[in-house]
Unconditional design. Structure first.
Length: 266
């Protein structure tokens, strides 16, 4: 009996953990239900302007505010290295030049759509059996993507666009979104990662309980040395609904005092 008790306790603990884990909701057609608003750790945290004593406005690398709370003791948690595609050697100089001049060249800072995959996971999803709609609130404004799930092919009657032409299908319980037909006016990341109109992006979303794992594979054979498998991101269901964001205004960048590159945690 003494040997059986630890095993029985382990089984009880495992059973309790299984019972506590939230189940994955499904639509009437049996597919996972992605409807809801999702906290995806989105990437506009760097946009926190600070008015300095001399009246100027600092956007990034600002001095500590006088009223800022003291930093907690201990070393901060290390951040992962930047997630970036690998370019063919002959394009490294162009990426470096765009990065150096990001404040002048970044299309997002001129109210252009961020493109895919730079826009990242959606902030809200509206799903039916026929389609899913991705809603976003990004640095340069609100955006949406409509992804049909009825088996249709990519449209042949559209011109290249900022967010591309998407179609979706199911791989088991994983939603797969394939997007192409992009223009070449967006960046893949915030650091000058340009692309051509041969860009294709395949996103995968898998829901488990109240979380969704989002990942993407980026291909552009004309400039990338290999497909870019982006670091997966985790989305958490939230009850905080999206609100209408402030409009994006094209800023007069000639008055900027510091136009150095800014990092973006997304």
């Amino acid at each position: 009996m003494k040997r059986i008790v630890p095993i029985a306790c382990s089984l009880l603990v495992a059973a309790a953990a299984f019972a506590a884990a939230p189940s994955t909701p499904r639509l009437p057609n049996g597919k996972p239900d992605f409807n809801g608003t999702w906290d995806n750790g989105g990437g506009i945290e760097f946009l926190r302007p600070q008015t300095l004593p001399d009246g100027s406005v600092c956007v990034s690398n600002c001095p500590p505010a006088a009223t800022a709370p003291a930093a907690p003791s201990g070393a901060p948690a290390p951040r992962p290295p930047p997630d970036a595609p690998k370019y063919k050697p002959e394009f490294a100089a162009k990426v470096a030049e765009l990065t150096k001049n990001q404040q002048k060249m970044d299309p997002v800072l001129r109210c252009r759509p961020p493109g895919v995959p730079r826009i990242g996971p959606p902030d809200k999803i509206v799903q039916t059996a026929r389609e899913v709609v991705f809603l976003y609130e990004d640095v340069s404004g609100p955006f949406f993507r409509i992804v049909p799930l009825d088996g249709r092919s990519h449209r042949g009657d559209t011109t290249e666009s900022w967010l591309g032409d998407a179609v979706g299908h199911w791989d088991g319980d994983t939603l797969v979104v394939e997007t192409g037909n992009f223009n070449d006016e967006t960046w893949l990341t915030d650091n000058g990662a340009f692309h051509t109109m041969k860009l294709t992006v395949t996103e995968r979303l898998t829901r488990t309980g109240d979380t969704v794992e989002w990942s993407a594979v980026v291909k552009d054979p004309d400039v990338l040395a290999e497909p870019w498998h982006m670091r997966p991101r985790r989305m958490k269901l939230t009850d905080v609904e999206m609100a209408e964001p402030a409009p994006c205004f094209d800023q007069d960048l000639q008055h900027m005092v510091d136009d150095s590159y800014h990092s973006n945690p997304r």
